[in-house]
Design a binder for this molecule. Structure first.
Ligand SMILES: *Cc1c(COP(=O)(O)O)cnc(C)c1O
Length: 374
């Protein structure tokens, strides 16, 4: 099998027959010539249905995750919402308790309109997952590592539980990217990535992708829903994602290296009461992470001793880490998640989430040291 570094470095690259250009072409056309009887001699009809740049990106994204099929969407939320809306009406969804916050809001506000029911469960507790499975459970939704507590769940074990109950397992693998974790190879049925994060990698494009282990009913239903409801990624976004993917494995290595440096510094600091990073031996699921991930990623969170006010003061003193949402870009970001998630947030008030970027690790540690000093 070709290694992921090689797949990524050459993403979409094949000398253009007309010009010899190496970088993939950006095709912006909304409509494509067809035969008078509607046959498609070039394979394309209309940009919303399918378009050449989106198809290039989907082929690369499918290959990176070892998927039978990938579908690209304008955002990660659109990808996730499509996977849910494509379930048969009346389906029950088991949603992890630490899913990306907007999915929990979506479940509370929209599932009833879509004829879906749900139960929230801690997917790091396999007995709790087994107990929550129902006859009508169609989808088990896990996010690993999770946001913002970096909980890690056992993908292979969750796949067994889902399949034993006739359900599918979806893994939101945004924090890991396909470089650090291959959920389909571990038995998951669908992988979701917000391509806005590491796949794009430069904080300048939004996208979402669903990667399917098999090109069966559910993939087909998602495709039909996208085509009709119109959640098609723009060709420009698809092109930007292809461009980002080319350096993904190299960037992930550097993100992981810097995050480890930062996590070790924070873990030894007297003003820090907890560090949530799966690469630390103290992390409760470190063994699972070490078994199913190639490295531990660029995301971590930590709790400032003194709680909410102390954490906000540290966030205000940081200079290199910018207070901003999102993650996976070249520059380091900090966010007080409880403030962003609002009054219903279960996130501890003293918690700061870091997206560790590609700066020099020593500069990042120096910035945290001055922000944590009196
Ligand atoms: C950002 C994010 C999403 C949503 O993606 P968008 O591109 O913002 O719609 C979903 N899951 C995780 C883990 C994320 O970090």
């Amino acid at each position: 099998m070709t290694h992921i570094e090689t797949l990524a470095a050459r993403a979409g690259s094949r000398p253009d027959p007309a010009s010899g250009a190496l970088s993939p072409p950006l095709q912006l056309a909304t409509t494509f010539e067809h035969a008078p009887d509607g046959r498609l001699p070039h394979g394309f009809l209309y940009q919303r249905y399918d378009n050449p740049t989106q198809r290039d990106a989907e082929q690369v994204l499918a290959a990176l995750d070892g998927a039978a099929r990938a579908l690209l969407f304008p955002t990660g939320m659109a990808a996730g919402a499509t996977a849910l809306q494509a379930l048969p009406p009346g389906s029950h969804v088991l949603l992890c308790d630490d899913s990306y916050f907007s999915f929990r809001v979506l479940a509370a506000q929209q599932f009833p309109r879509w004829g879906l029911t749900h139960t929230i469960v801690d997917v790091t507790d396999l007995d709790a997952v087994r107990a929550a499975m129902r006859a009508d459970t169609a989808l088990l939704w896990a996010e690993t590592p999770s946001n913002p507590l970096l909980k890690v769940s056992d993908i292979a074990a969750l796949a067994d539980i889902a399949h034993a109950g006739g359900a599918r397992l979806l893994v939101d693998g945004t924090f890991a990217s396909p470089v650090l974790q291959q959920p389909l190879a571990l038995g998951a049925d669908i992988v979701l990535h917000s391509a806005t994060k590491y796949l794009g990698g430069h904080g300048d494009v939004m996208g979402g992708v669903l990667c399917f282990a098999d090109d069966g009913d559910h993939a087909d239903a998602c495709h039909r829903l996208r085509l009709l409801a119109g959640a098609t990624a723009s060709p420009f976004a698809a092109w930007m994602i292809l461009r980002g993917v080319r350096s993904l494995p190299a960037r992930m290595d550097w993100h992981c290296r810097n995050a480890r440096t930062v996590a070790e510094f924070l873990a030894a600091h007297s003003k820090v009461s907890a560090v949530h990073y799966p690469g630390l031996a103290s992390h409760p699921q470190h063994a699972v992470a070490a078994a199913q991930m190639r490295d531990f990623g660029g995301m971590l969170s930590f709790e400032v001793a003194g709680g909410r006010e102390a954490a906000l003061a540290v966030a205000a003193r940081l200079r290199l880490f910018t207070n901003a949402t999102s993650l996976g870009s070249t520059e380091s970001l900090v966010e007080h998640r409880a403030s962003i998630e609002g009054p219903d947030s279960p996130t501890p008030g003293g918690l700061l989430r870091l997206s560790v970027g590609l700066e020099h690790g020593g500069d990042l540690v120096a910035d945290l040291a001055q922000a944590l000093a009196d």
